[in-house]
Design a protein around this ligand. Sequence first.
Ligand code: FNR
Length: 186
Amino acid sequence: MSEVRVLGVAGSLRKASFNRALLRAAIKLAPEGMAITPHDLDAVPLYNADVEAQGDPPGVAAFKDAIRGADAVLFVTPEYNHGVPGVMKNAVDWASRPARSSPLDHKPLGVIGASPGMTGTARSQSQLRQAFVFTNSYCMPQPEILVARAQDKFDANGNLTDETTKQFLQQYLVAFKAWALRFKPA
Ligand code: FNR
């Protein structure tokens, strides 16, 4: 039984996604006592308050249950047009409901990301962190993981091959385990 159960959420639906690949690398590199379970966002529909008023759709209920059941959530975000892609933001919007008693309320979170660009999702990570202020979540401030020029860091099969990035990710996950444990009831 792992000490820390982490839900891993990548904000891309495409098979060859760098962010899904980064999440797979995190699963492999997680320290002892930390288990990361991925949760795909394919089944989360577009947010609609009318639909929500009838009850959460199955894909949303499953996502919210998975967050509730985890000690912490690791969000792995791409960046589109200097911001958080709709797939990720939409999932966060569903999970943020109802405000003040949502699954994200008081939840320890981490945000990392990868992109082919030079800034490695700096702006989308920043935006996501802002959203997590409103959700009253505990987003780990440091360290940060910004995987720039992702095409040079993964092989054709989506394996993380860059040794420096692997080391950073390992250090990040050790810090994230400690962060999650701070908020886990004894
Ligand atoms: C991008 N991309 C991109 N990258 C970046 O670093 N900053 C950006 O602002 C944008 N903008 C952007 C807009 C749109 C509409 C697309 C489709 C793409 C490139 C993006 O990072 C790249 O497609 C990644 O591979 C997406 O992440 P996944 O799917 O590989 O996880």
